[in-house]
Design a protein around this ligand. Sequence first.
Ligand SMILES: [Zn+2]
Length: 320
Amino acid sequence: MNFIDFHADTLYRLFYRPQGEAGDLQRNSCQVDLERLASSGYAAQVFACFLDIEKPPQTDSCYGDVLGMADLFTQQVQKYRDQVRFAGNYNQYRDNLSHGFISGFLSLEEGGVLEGQITRLDSLYKKGVRIMNLTWNHENCLGYPHRPPEFQKKGLKPFGIDVVRRMDELGIIVDVSHLSDQGFWDVVRYGTRPFLATHSNARALRKVSRNLTDHMIRAVADCGGIVGLNLYPAFLAEPPSHNVDAILHHLKHMINQGGRQSVGLGTDFDGMDLPPTIKDASNMPYLVQAMEQAGFSSGQIEDVCYRNAEQFFQRYWSES
Ligand SMILES: [Zn+2]
């Protein structure tokens, strides 16, 4: 089975650990590496440059750390070009797939590194960034995250609205995972293109602010976007569960709400401490097996695992 995963924090793991300690993109002690992606049959992995802007940067600035992670990605993709190739749009993805290469997309999980400078978006685009979370879990120059509760009512800041508009122009996909509810609705209001919630589940099933309400799931779907299923146990069930039934429950609910074309995968591998039932990228065939046993049709399974994501990329970039 082909898989496309919209979110993994592997670059963060590789970049912040002492030189080479975690291994590299080919083989490492994280949850995603090229060997495991290949063994499951992945078509594409989105690699996030994630960082906590309230922790001291490794370089001279948070923005410097992001550039460092992007450079690490580029250097690793170059080194292992017999297995993986950069993809910056749908056509490159298709081309990589037809030549048997895994596509590596680059994303950024913290719009705060723009530090009020919108031209940094152009530089990040040149570095290969094609998806960006407006916030992580801290307030930043764009807006507010999903917590604490009072942030849910706070929308995008004026700079955040400018950033959404510029991302739409450049072709950097807006990612609303981690964003406040009001920020989400501002993206719906001010955005002009399909957007993603790369790694969020259904709040109707697990009431945490990181998950999306049914209304939000339908809004993502209505604009042609995708919600990526997150395997983080605390976003699946209470008490936190690794049970595959909880995963399938969210999948079914999100498909019921947004429709069959609106759900994909955003595993959050390398962003979680607890090993779920599906503990790394090599276990993804187990998800397929569980979906088969739960009565999902082969067409539905293909949609969730890669086809919806593929069609999203096509839809998004054909508008450019
Ligand atoms: Zn995240």
